[in-house]
Design a protein around this ligand. Structure first.
Ligand SMILES: CC(C)(COP(=O)(O)OP(=O)(O)OC[C@H]1O[C@@H](n2cnc3c(N)ncnc32)[C@H](O)[C@@H]1OP(=O)(O)O)[C@@H](O)C(=O)NCCC(=O)NCCS
Length: 159
C-alpha cells in the first residue's frame, strides 16, 4: 500500500472528523467515564479539528484520508487510523511521520496520553518503541472547559 502524508486542509475535515469519532467510539466508549463519552459528539470534534487544523497531518491512500495525527509541541495529541486500515501497517507509517515531525522540531522526548484500558493502542505504542511511564491525571479538552481523568503516559526518545 502506498501511504503519503500532507498537512491537513479544509477539504480533509469531514474525513478527519469521521475517523476521529469512529475511532474514539471504538476505543473509548466502553472504558471512558459516561460523562466524557456524552461530550465527545461529532460537533465537538468538528470544532476541535477545525480550530487545530494546522496541527494535523493526514495520511492519504488512493486520494482518501486513511489516518491522521495531531501534534501539540512535544505531545502526540491525537492518533487515529480509519477502521479499514487498522492491523495493516498503516499505524506504523503514521507513527513514522509523527516522529519525523518531532525530530524536525528538535523534540528529544515525546509523550502521549493513552486511555487506561485502551489495550490495542497500548500494544501498538509498545511495538512502536514507546514505553509506559506512569498513570497521571490529564485535563482533557471538552467544550465546557476541561475534564480531569487518569491516563497512561507513554514516552519515546526521538532519534
Ligand atoms: C490505536 C491504533 C492507531 C493502532 O493501529 P493498528 O493498526 O490497530 O495497530 P496494529 O494492528 O499494528 O497493532 C495493534 C496491536 O494490538 C493488538 N491488539 C488488537 N486488539 C487488542 C486488544 N483488544 N488488546 C490487546 N492487544 C490488541 C494487535 O494484535 C496488534 O499487535 P500485534 O501486531 O503484535 O498482533 C488503531 O487501532 C486505532 O486507530 N484505534 C482507534 C483509535 C485509538 O485508539 N487511537 C489511539 C488513541 S490513544
Amino acid at each position: 500500500m502506498v501511504y503519503t502524508f500532507e498537512n491537513a486542509r479544509e477539504e480533509h475535515l469531514n474525513d478527519i472528523v469521521r475517523i476521529w469519532h469512529e475511532g474514539w467510539t471504538d476505543a473509548h466508549a466502553a472504558i471512558a467515564p459516561a460523562e466524557l463519552t456524552k461530550m465527545r459528539t461529532i460537533e465537538s470534534l468538528e470544532t476541535r479539528a477545525n480550530d487545530r487544523l494546522n496541527l494535523i497531518r493526514v495520511m492519504m491512500v488512493d486520494g482518501q484520508v486513511a489516518a491522521f495525527h495531531m501534534i501539540k509541541d512535544d505531545e502526540l495529541d491525537q492518533f487515529f487510523v480509519d477502521r479499514a486500515y487498522r492491523g495493516k501497517g498503516a499505524a506504523k507509517a503514521l507513527m513514522a511521520d509523527a516522529e519525523a515531525i518531532f525530530s524536525g522540531n528538535n523534540i528529544k522526548t515525546a509523550w502521549l496520553a493513552c486511555a487506561i484500558g485502551n489495550e490495542r493502542a497500548a500494544a501498538f505504542y509498545r511495538k512502536a518503541g514507546w514505553h509506559f511511564v506512569r498513570v497521571m491525571p490529564l485535563s482533557a479538552h471538552v467544550e465546557s472547559g476541561s475534564f480531569i481523568l487518569d491516563i497512561w503516559r507513554f514516552e519515546k526518545q526521538i532519534a
